[in-house]
Design a protein around this ligand. Sequence first.
Ligand code: KG4
Ligand code: ZN
Length: 343
Amino acid sequence: MMRVLAIESSCDESAVAVLDARRGLLAHELWSQIDLHRQYGGVVPELASRDHVRRLLPLVRQAMQKADTSAANLDGVAYTAGPGLVGALLSGAALARSLAYGWKLPVIGVHHLEGHLLAPFLEDPAPGFPHLALLVSGGHTMLIEARGIGSYRLLGETRDDAAGEAFDKSAKLLGLPYPGGPQLAALAAQGRPDQFDLPRPMLDRPGFDFSFSGLKTAVMLAARAAPLDDQRRADLARAVQDAIVDTLCGRTLRALEHTGLQTLVVAGGVGANLELRARMTAGAAQRGAHVYYPRLEFCTDNAAMIAVAGLQRLQAGEHDNSRTGVRARWPLSELQPPRAAQP
Ligand code: KG4
Ligand code: ZN
């Protein structure tokens, strides 16, 4: 039995969680830096790092208090080691490794995307393996065949913008504040369907890659073509969301058919989009497949998902006690199934 403390700091959320193998999630705390970055229209890396340094230790105290846990009850520490902003990653890594050293606990650096992929395992029922996973975040759009923990085969990915980026950039063109994804989704709920004809790139091509960069150009042209009153802005938001959701569902459902898998996981920030969830669930059901999602708050960045991935690896005896460093870039394909560390 194991209990881990986990720290996430790869981008603009500072988060800490305590997960117990038997009793489940005992605490999860999150500080979002959105207000800090909003005036710049995007994440400013240096400000992100400094804020993580300020926020993380108080969050650790808070999470341990809520989990009624002292260092003596912990069996390991996990932190996000990449991919992400290098300064932001380093602030979390330094704290996690210092705590583990002081408390004489094993420490493990977790792959952020593995965290996203394993977030649905915090729910009941949890998905089984093998499954197809659609990972849709601000930085990534990937279709993955997951055969087990650490065994991920990439079927397709975006050739340009990520789905979250497509949401955020389109939202910016519509004059919505950063990060625009959730705001665009809220506006789209007021929009009428089929008022704008936006492209669905790659949808008619073979394979499982995505492309979203043409969409933002089309949105820019549509927004420029005529002044948009409130209803037309909502209509355009609806058209953007429909185009992104169509593209994601089209590719993913085809991959389900291609692989013959019956289990689908949708993870990452864009997985919080309710229209995507409704369309994906219905489409999968028609093909006899079931979709598993993280709860809404664990679609976007959080430490609970880092705790799940860290716990799996620490339980297998894996640790990074003698390896330091974080990785801004870290291909998911480099991961291996959990294994005991070499002496
Ligand atoms: O996974 P995440 O928190 O961070 C990364 O690892 O990238 O994903 C953030 C992305 C942002 O692009 C955000 O706009 C998008 O997820 N997002 C949404 C929604 N909630 C978050 N996009 C569309 N609809 C939503 N409800
Ligand atoms: Zn993320």
